[in-house]
Design a protein around this ligand. Structure first.
Ligand code: ZN
Length: 112
């Protein structure tokens, strides 16, 4: 379930990312909410927002791995604030800027 709210202390929209798994991948037991964590996230596609991730853990064995939201993991690297799409755009921009400056210095044509 996804829930989005506005009006938090950061004045950014807050989007909930609940771990999608219903059962433990190791033993098949039901999972339960462990805790939630909030972090500011910025992506090209959605802009800036606060991601509230609800993590789940195995209800029968606490040593089994904590389950995260796959949707949030697909948007932003773990413990980071910038989305993969933003990282790619910045990398491409820096690559092209350096390519253009090298071409200007050495007077070569850019094979584009
Ligand atoms: Zn388990």
């Amino acid at each position: 379930m996804v829930r989005a709210t506005v009006g938090g202390p950061e004045h950014l929209p807050c989007i909930d990312f609940v771990a999608e798994a219903e059962h433990c991948p190791l033993c098949g037991a039901a999972v339960q909410a462990q805790k939630s964590k909030r972090r500011r996230v910025m992506t090209v596609q959605a802009g800036a927002f606060v991601a509230r991730e609800v993590r789940k853990r195995c209800s029968s064995d606490s040593t089994h791995p904590v389950l995260l939201s796959e949707r949030l993991c697909g948007l932003v690297p773990p413990r980071q604030g910038y989305g993969y799409d933003l990282i790619v755009q910045v990398g491409l921009a820096r690559y092209l800027r350096n390519l253009l400056s090298c071409a200007a210095v050495f007077g070569t044509r850019i094979p584009l």
